[in-house]
Design a protein around this ligand. Structure first.
Ligand SMILES: Cc1ncc(COP(=O)(O)O)c(C=O)c1O
Length: 671
């Protein structure tokens, strides 16, 4: 590409960026904040192999719209309220463009003195703008450097702290993971633990210090841990205090922590990745009171200070500890300027050797906006966040769950009893983000899901925050109604199920009653049938007796023997009948014989005297509640037995049947 072609296409690119920003500002609804593509969509839109021949620039620009933009989550969108912001701005992009155009590699002063000295100078400006201690200035014992990220800065700080704690021994002997300890809180950014791993200490070297109710590290707890560790022979290396924790922007109390660190000779590193730049606003500096205790400090201009990624501002109070840990000078890098010791070689202040000219964009930014412009930027967002927190505080649908000194507000939606609050909160979050107008993220506070509203995109104005609040409320109402409807439906379902179960129970009870009644009827019918059979048998016996008597009279034969034989024959029958009758349980029929008078008949027939020679009948009947006999049919004790007529027996049988006292059906039916 010739310079002329560059000019032409450069203008096209600048136009493209300007159009993009205009669209986000003027028509934000036309772009969903969060990319809507699915995994693999972007790659599927790309050719499998790189082009063999160069292509026209218009084809590349066309693909920016066709392939790239759909896969972009728009961090510069005014509705972007997720994570922490990642600002960019016109001057930042142009500064970066110049840096890219210059293409310098500023590893040493000599490789581009302007890259080094502009950086030193800009870092001093920012130290001044933020009210940081004198020791951080290049004119003091320390100095500032632009790092690629706060994660990198945390690692660099740890390496410097290890160098100091080991009195330089780590250079040759490496770290002593079994001795060295690092102090964080549960709210510290994960990059600090990562740094401990990369440094070779490992996670076991990390001590997690307790936090207070506001999620800030407790100085007392830190002191106790340090005391314990020192007493056990550990060598405390670094305490990482955070100004503006990632979850909720909790602020660790630097003044008290600093005093503790000094007492134990531990390096105090302040990770103020997001919140640090707020110190350009004098009235917000109190949040960082005690920063003068810090041995190192990091904050990201690329988060909230109108500068594009990457632009981490990192300072140390004692540059010798930093360069002592990181400086290395191979022959091929030697140069006269370095040898004089009069210059800074920033390669000794970072992990990498090579470095971009990042100070340019910072310089462009601070010159374009001026200190006042930067303050306005920060103040505006803080004011919007405070207003949002006020709306939420006054609304019974939300709780503001943590202090919100800056531009992050953590909201916990309230849900009706019986609703899984975390699921509901995450559902609300998904609904908001799917809607495309805003993008929010979440965290947990006290183990409960919480929505983070991080205000900080340069395009975000009060109107957008109002809209986000309206969407939060609408989404909450919609979900709460939905949950209420679901609960009502659930209650209706449960009621219907209960009613159906009761109906089933009723039907079963009715069915059981019908079956019981049928069983009672069947039993009664059986008893009647048995009585009838018995009566027939008695009648038949009477006829036989009568016949026998007639025969006796006519033949004049031996009555006694025949009578006895007849008596025995007839007497045998009721036993069998009695057994049959006994199929209807009858407590009164203790002997298994029928209570209907068959026993009497037995006796009458078997023993003409009417007496039971064994006494068994009497015994058996002794318990009978009401004798089922009719005294009219009993032979008088002093009379010789009379033989009853069949008509009398019929009557006896009928009475006996009527008197048969059947126990209640329930007593007789099996369960
Ligand atoms: C407190 C804190 N430290 C470190 C980081 C990591 O920042 P960077 O992306 O610059 O590595 C973050 C990121 O949000 C942060 O909040």
């Amino acid at each position: 590409m010739t310079p002329e072609e560059f000019r032409q296409h450069g203008h096209e690119v600048v136009d493209w960026i300007a159009d993009y920003w205009s669209r986000l500002r003027d028509d934000p609804g036309s772009v969903p904040v969060r990319s809507q593509v699915s995994p693999g969509d972007v790659r599927a839109a790309l050719p499998p192999a790189a082009p063999e021949q160069g292509e026209p620039f218009s084809a590349v620009l066309g693909d920016l719209d066709r392939v790239v933009l759909p896969g972009i989550t728009h961090w510069q969108h005014p509705g972007f309220l997720g994570y922490f912001p990642a600002n960019t701005s016109g001057p930042s992009v142009l500064g970066d463009l110049v840096s890219a155009g210059l293409g310098v590699q500023g590893m040493s002063w000599v490789t581009s003195p302007a890259a080094t000295e502009l950086e030193q100078h800009v870092m001093d400006w920012f130290a001044e703008l933020m009210g940081l201690p004198e020791s951080f200035r290049s004119t003091g014992t320390g100095g500032g450097v632009v790092q690629d990220s706060s994660s990198g800065a945390n690692l660099v700080a740890l390496l410097a702290a290890l160098h100091r704690a080991s009195k330089g021994a780590t250079l040759r002997q490496g770290v002593r993971p079994e001795d060295h300890t690092v102090y964080v809180s549960a709210q510290t950014h994960s990059s600090m633990e990562k740094a401990a791993r990369i440094a070779g200490l490992g996670t076991d070297a990390i001590r997690v210090v307790e936090v207070d109710a506001d999620l800030a590290m407790s100085p007392r707890a830190l002191a106790q841990r340090l005391e314990r560790d020192v007493a056990r022979g550990f060598v405390p290396v670094l305490v990482c205090a955070t100004v503006g924790t990632t979850s909720t922007t909790a602020i660790d109390p630097l003044a008290e922590l600093g005093a503790v660190c000094q007492r134990f000779g531990v390096w105090l590193h302040v990770d103020a990745a997001y919140a640090g730049v707020s110190a350009v606003v004098p009235e917000l500096r109190a949040l960082q009171a005690g920063v003068e205790w810090a041995d190192s400090y990091t904050t990201d201009a690329h988060k909230w200070l109108l500068t594009g990624f990457d632009a981490t501002l990192f300072w140390v109070a004692d540059r010798a500890a930093l360069t002592g840990a990181l400086a290395i000078l191979p022959e091929y890098l030697r140069n006269a300027a370095t040898d004089t010791g009069a210059v800074v070689d920033y390669r000794d202040w970072q992990i990498e050797l090579g470095r971009r000219f990042r100070a340019l964009k910072l310089w462009f930014v601070v010159r374009w906006y001026g200190a006042e412009g930067l303050r306005e930027h920060i103040r505006g967002h803080v004011a919007m966040a405070q207003e949002l927190a006020g709306w939420a505080r006054d609304d019974d649908r939300f709780d503001v769950v943590a202090p919100h000194p800056l531009s992050l507000v953590c909201l916990q939606p309230r849900w009706p009893a019986g609703v899984d609050a975390d699921v509901a909160t995450m559902t609300l979050l998904d609904r908001l983000n799917d809607g495309g107008e805003v993008f929010l993220t979440h965290t947990t506070v006290g183990g409960r899901a919480v929505l983070r509203v991080a205000i900080g995109a340069p395009a975000t104005t009060r109107v957008h925050v109002e809209r986000a609040w309206a969407l939060l409320c609408e989404g909450h109402d919609w979900l709460a109604n939905d949950f209420a409807e679901q609960q009502a439906e659930q209650r209706a379902r449960e009621l219907a199920e209960r009613q159906a179960a009761e109906q089933r129970a009723r039907e079963q009870a009715e069915q059981a009653a019908v079956e019981r009644a049928a069983a009672v009827e069947a039993a009664a019918a059986e008893a009647v049938a048995a009585e009838a059979v018995a009566a027939e048998a008695v009648a038949a016996e009477a006829v036989a007796v009568e016949t026998a008597a007639g025969v006796d009279q006519s033949t004049g034969g031996d009555q006694t023997g025949s009578d006895q034989a007849a008596g025995e024959a007839v007497g045998a029958e009721p036993v069998a009948t009695g057994v049959a009758a006994g199929t209807v349980p009858d407590e009164g029929d203790a002997g298994g014989t029928s209570p209907t008078g068959f026993g009497a008949l037995d006796r009458a027939t078997a023993d003409p005297t009417g007496a039971d020679p064994t006494g068994a009948d009497d015994e058996a009947r002794a318990g009978e509640p009401a004798a089922p006999r009719d005294p009219a049919h009993e032979p008088p004790a002093d009379e010789s037995p009379t033989v009853e007529t069949p008509a009398a027996w019929d009557e006896t049988a009928a009475q006996a049947t009527a008197q048969a006292d059947l126990p209640p059906a329930a007593d007789r039916l099996p369960d």
